[in-house]
Design a protein around this ligand. Structure first.
Ligand SMILES: C[S@@+](CC[C@H](N)C(=O)[O-])C[C@H]1O[C@@H](n2cnc3c(N)ncnc32)[C@H](O)[C@@H]1O
Length: 243
């Protein structure tokens, strides 16, 4: 484990010599604000990745094999790539994101009366309803390690007895294409937009066993599997539900 509570395969990352967060005291609240600003600015070009680089059919198949049922909440839904697939398997689906810009694109993409959209910042949210499934795609690796206990505690409050958290995300090999800001420093990577603007995002890449063990320490029984070299999926149930 590194000093920030994660151990990831960043050795192969291109390391940048300078960054505007260098010299700052580690502050995951500030990282989260920067990350959200990045996704808000990226909303209109977000789908480029799906059209150019992401193996969508493979991930759709992986999603089809995940246990998704009942009343479903999707967190960090982005522009809604997975939302229709979740809707097809849910009794009802609430799709949410903190960025109004991505939510609006998702709203236009998914015109399904069973889907409700809601703006939720997961770090400023207390669930008022309970769900059978909470799903998030490509979100967990954006949660700073020091926020994992808080995030998973909130998830507990969003689930019905016996409910599941289900996720899909980047696997450790994605380190090859990320630009870590500072070796041994905070888990922050540099992202660039089409116009050349530079942003920062949190990125914590886990080996499947490592992630299952982090979740186990937080009280969750988790199954995490690689889909291919670059992606993983998993689900978790709160251990206390079985008592
Ligand atoms: C990598 S994208 C994933 C989007 C979508 N789930 C997908 O798989 O394409 C991360 C998403 O997290 C959202 N996000 C960023 N900070 C957030 C926060 N604090 N709470 C909820 N969503 C957030 C961003 O707006 C963005 O849509």
């Amino acid at each position: 484990m590194g000093p920030y509570g994660y151990s990831v395969a960043y050795e192969t990352m291109h390391v940048l010599r300078s960054c505007d967060v260098m010299g700052e005291a580690p502050d995951s609240r500030r990282w989260l604000d920067r990350q959200l600003a990045y996704y808000r600015a990226r909303a209109i070009e977000y789908d480029d990745d799906y059209e150019q680089r992401i193996p969508v059919p493979l991930l759709q198949q992986a999603l089809a094999e995940l246990p998704i049922a009942g009343d479903v909440l999707e967190l960090a839904c982005g522009t809604g790539w997975w939302t229709p697939l979740l809707a097809a398997r849910a009794r009802a689906l609430t799709a949410s994101d903190a960025a109004p810009e991505t939510l609006e694109i998702a709203r236009q993409r998914v015109r399904d009366p069973r889907v409700r959209f809601q703006q939720i910042d997961v770090f400023d949210w207390r669930p008022r309803e309970r769900y059978d499934t909470v799903f998030f795609g490509f979100w967990l690796t954006h949660v700073p390690p020091d926020r994992m206990p808080e995030f998973w505690a909130v998830l507990r409050g969003a689930l019905r007895l016996g409910g599941r958290v289900v996720f899909m995300d980047d696997g450790p090999a994605k380190a090859q294409i990320e630009e870590l800001l500072e070796p041994g420093g905070p888990p922050l990577v540099r992202r660039r937009l089409r116009d050349g603007a530079e942003h920062c995002a949190v990125k914590v890449l886990y080996e499947p066993d490592e992630l299952a063990s982090v979740l186990s320490e937080l009280g969750w029984d988790a199954e995490v599997r690689m889909v291919d070299g670059y992606h993983l999926t998993g689900w978790a149930t709160w251990r206390g539900d079985r008592r």
